[in-house]
Design a protein around this ligand. Structure first.
Ligand code: SAM
Length: 253
């Protein structure tokens, strides 16, 4: 077996039960184009190819690409490089993006797809801690910038956890398989850019309350009009509360 490279976040899936669970979770359709990020030695890729002819790959490590070339069939193209270096036009060619992500850039990869409107479903393996923040409930510390910015665009679902021994080398943390499905519930109400501004400001200082974090945007009277307690912290608010604040900010600008 090839030695795993830490700098590329390489933890290879070796558990066939988990690979089956993942493939069973993915909805396959002939009209979709699928893109796998970080296929590594192809543990998932081989199984995905049994389900779709429309699969391409992005991999950064030339050693992995050599191994992949010997394994994959002709329908699949391999793009070599850093996934974060590809432009929007490239990604717009796909509808479903999936992969066992390199954990050192997992959240950056998720954020990368927020504004790629053609990509409607993401299936990723990430650290459990990231998955828990993605599905973070109002009033808990997991309710975070990640919860709200991703939640504005995607319905988030944690499908199942995966123990470290399912990988070689075993990572230090438990992993989770997540599914994100694009929705359009809010995009006609406000822009993502305005919403993002409110989220960034609200969560700016974790220990401070909304009155402090939003002092340049809302005064006490505004909080009263909005029927939101100024002594709440950002984590106490729902996504609908943040939508309400964003709309209020725009109409009073
Ligand atoms: N999918 C394989 C598996 O499950 O066995 C490997 C998963 S491993 C956690 C992450 C993979 O992402 C590695 O193959 C690594 O080389 C690749 N990778 C790391 N950084 C990357 C980047 N910036 N862009 C594209 N691929 C990357």
């Amino acid at each position: 077996m090839v030695k795993a490279k830490k700098k590329f976040g390489q933890n290879f899936l070796i558990d066939s039960q988990i690979i089956k669970l993942i493939v069973d979770e993915i909805k396959f359709s002939d009209t979709n184009k699928y893109l796998e990020i970080g296929p590594g030695m192809g543990a998932l890729t081989s199984e995905l190819q049994k389900k779709t002819k429309n699969l391409d790959l992005i991999e950064i490590d030339p050693d992995m690409i050599k191994i992949l070339r010997a394994k994959i069939n002709d329908n699949t193209q391999i793009f070599e490089g850093d996934v974060l270096g590809f432009d929007d036009n490239f990604f717009e060619g796909y509808n479903v993006v999936l992969g066992n992500l390199p954990y050192y850039i997992a959240t950056e990869i998720i954020f990368r797809f927020i504004t790629i409107s053609n990509v409607n479903t993401l299936y990723f393996m990430v650290q459990k801690e990231v998955a828990d923040r993605l599905v973070g409930k109002m009033g808990t510390k997991e309710n975070s910038i990640l919860t709200n910015l991703v939640g504005f665009n995607f319905r988030t679902e944690k499908c199942f956890d995966i123990k470290p021994e399912s990988f070689d080398p075993a990572p230090k943390v438990t992993s989770s398989f997540i599914k994100l499905t694009r929705h359009k519930d809010y995009v006609n109400e406000i822009t993502y850019a305005d919403f993002k501004r409110i989220i960034k400001e609200s969560f700016k200082f974790k220990r401070k309350n909304l009155k402090n974090n939003l002092k340049n945007i809302l005064n006490l009277n505004d909080f009263e009009n909005l029927e939101i307690l100024p002594t709440n912290r950002a984590e106490d608010l729902s996504i609908e509360d943040f939508i309400k604040i964003t709309k209020y900010m725009i109409s009073n600008a």
